[in-house]
Design a protein around this ligand. Sequence first.
Ligand code: GLN
Length: 234
Amino acid sequence: MYPGLLDLYGDSGNVEALRYRCAVRGIDLEVFTHELGDEKRADIADMDIIYLGGGADYEQQQLAEDLISYRKELSDAHKNGTFMLMICGGYQLMGKYYKDSNDKKIDGLGLFEYYTEASTDKRDRCIGNIVVEAELDGKKYKVIGFENHGGQTFGSDKPFGRTLCGNGNVRGGEYEGYMEERVIATYLHGPLLSKNPLLTDYIISKCTGIEQLKKLDDSLEERCRDILLKRLLK
Ligand code: GLN
């Protein structure tokens, strides 16, 4: 949803990563977009996955009202097991509210209990590389990304992972994001999915119901990850 507004740090690349890893396995992936101002209402109920990228305070303000008009459809989709992936600004808007750096409160969808508040000191931001240890179907996986947020998120009772490097939900915090089996909300840009192929496959598995996906040659990605992990976790 809103790829024109929520595409910080190339977050739309997450859709490309899903598309690529589906295509090489012969899995059809059809992408529907909903933009602010679209006359036709988005068909939320028919989707296997809903995706929102990150955006700055200004973009979040612009689209909040439109997003809230989809509260019922998105809440039903969540209850029916539609996968939800949300990055940074999108993550914040699915919670109760986001109080931005001008002290302006933007109502969120309230799908989840967490809420986010930014300091009014605009320089007070969590910026830099981040590594989070998440558990995907019982297996620990180091998720690599980049964070840049003023918002500090409180009340995430089911974090996406433990912060190994960087901040996460709050400055100097121990945990990052929010996760349910079919929900991932995280501050990690990257784009997240191209840097973390196993996470992409976790999502594809949940969306398609295919438990054993065909293995792909990820040697280049793994080499890149090894270099980054060595650099970031020293
Ligand atoms: N505007 C939000 C913040 O600064 C989200 C920014 C983002 O999506 N990177 O906290």
